[in-house]
Design a protein around this ligand. Sequence first.
Ligand SMILES: Cc1cc2nc3c(=O)[nH]c(=O)nc-3n(C[C@H](O)[C@H](O)[C@H](O)COP(=O)(O)OP(=O)(O)OC[C@H]3O[C@@H](n4cnc5c(N)ncnc54)[C@H](O)[C@@H]3O)c2cc1C
Length: 544
Amino acid sequence: MESAGKYDYIIVGGGTAGCVLANRLSRDAGIKVLLIEAGAKDDYLWIHIPVGYLYCINNPRTDWLYRTEADVGLNGRSLIYPRGKVLGGCSSINGMIYMRGQERDYNEWAQLSGDDSWRWDRVLPLFRKSEDHYKGSDEFHGAGGEWRVEKQRLSWEILDAFRDAAAETGIPKIDDFNRGHNEGSSYFDVNQKRGIRWNASKAFLKPAMKNGNLDVMTGSHVKRLRIEQRDTGPVCVGVEFTGGGSEWYAEATSETILAAGAVGSPHILQLSGIGPAALLQQHQIPVVKDLAGVGENLQDHLQIRMAFKVKGVKTLNMMAGNWYGKMMIGVQYAMFQSGPMSMAPSQLGVFAKSDASQSSANLEYHVQPLSLEKFGDPLHPFPAFTASVCNLRPTSRGHIRLGSNDGALAPKITLNYLSTEADRKVAADSLKLTRKIVSAPALRKYQPDECKPGVEYQSEEELYKAAGEIGTTIFHPVGTCKMGRADDAQAVVDSQLRVRGVGGLRVVDASVMPTITSGNTNSPTLMIAEKAAELIRAARRGTP
Ligand SMILES: Cc1cc2nc3c(=O)[nH]c(=O)nc-3n(C[C@H](O)[C@H](O)[C@H](O)COP(=O)(O)OP(=O)(O)OC[C@H]3O[C@@H](n4cnc5c(N)ncnc54)[C@H](O)[C@@H]3O)c2cc1C
């Protein structure tokens, strides 16, 4: 095994959280930081053109190409489960939607972790710190930071009509989803700069690489952590990885920080002997620390994609369905960085309650002026729109578990979608609400005709079945190394994101969320990394 050197901090994973950490930790001159990323540099053209996410998903250049285990709740289907494998991680292949979630999410984290510093009013300054919002700075938004937030450069008649229809059913029009309460409808704000994707790598990593004290190794797959047994207990002292056909070891003198995402981080912990003892023993891995929660508590948003044929209105299906239309779309993007190629996958958002008893919006709609059978398939050859709806606070829980002790092999990803009665009820209610919006007067003139799942699904049982048939991930796995109080046996990290019972080791990424946020998960992950960097720098200075 060759030595890759000695560093104060080693960050495993150059995704959303890893890029923020690399930036903030390398600000201290005299500190050496190594970031290790399994994927390549983010110099692939389709990462940067917003519509290119279609070509990044399911592409070995940028995606881990995971698949989920067959899921009973999805009527036995297994899903592709995209995760970015490239600098920027998922922020290089995601939908670019800028969304913080709701005030209640962070107040819940504070309660579950026993640490008030996770409350909304305490994390809001962290969201603002890195933000560069197109409207400038105010009580809720920041300006001049690295994380650019822009308005989308488009509008669609059919989406405006959906918004009007939602208003007619009592869902207000609002102009900002990111003030702690997101109930209402609006076009999503996006992480783009002048119509080009703005990922965590461009925002945080590239500027930090000029500091001279940050090394970035791409094409380097971390297989396990190196742990030493000391009088105080196990301590992480570095990482072992493969790259360029060789095996490497890098030493961390201060801390190793896992930022390999909600699939990667629990997988690396388990491979290193940190996880549920029975699972580790089953795969002949010596137990370093029996931590029952590693890989458990997997939560994700299941999107139920309803599609409606329409008449007398433009949708992307027809525009992109012929060579002339495609050419005009290309010309518009080349000249103005606007139009469909600058489109985030979803444009219009609606947050609503599935029933009046909900304390805040528990549904999120992603409405798109297009339709397809499933990701990767061509657009339908008729005009249509998709109203995808997801339950923001599912109670179903899945897990990430080793399938083998060979670190090169993918772990088993089990979602257990729709495995609780409560989730099946919300799914059925959300289908009914979508039908109510679509039948409102504002959409009537387009004669919407439900083609997915189809009007034949009417009873509760039929609606559950429909949700299982057309439901798919909206790519938000979290929770697999959750933070929690000392008396929570399932907690993997404490409220400072230190791995329980193992020194020199933190987890800082989407996996530490104890509960999923009520919205898209990228910017909450970025905020987690911002907070962690402050904690790590404070620990170094010896200030609590
Ligand atoms: C297709 C898609 C669309 C999405 N759309 C949105 C959206 O519009 N808005 C939003 O807010 N959120 C969205 N998300 C979710 C959001 O992007 C993620 O929640 C967020 O990026 C997670 O950040 P992370 O740092 O936890 O993990 P990641 O960004 O996944 O970073 C983990 C990094 O670690 C690396 N890694 C993993 N294992 C190893 C290993 N063993 N060795 C070395 N490196 C390793 C990975 O290659 C990756 O670069 C989307 C996600 C996807 C996949």
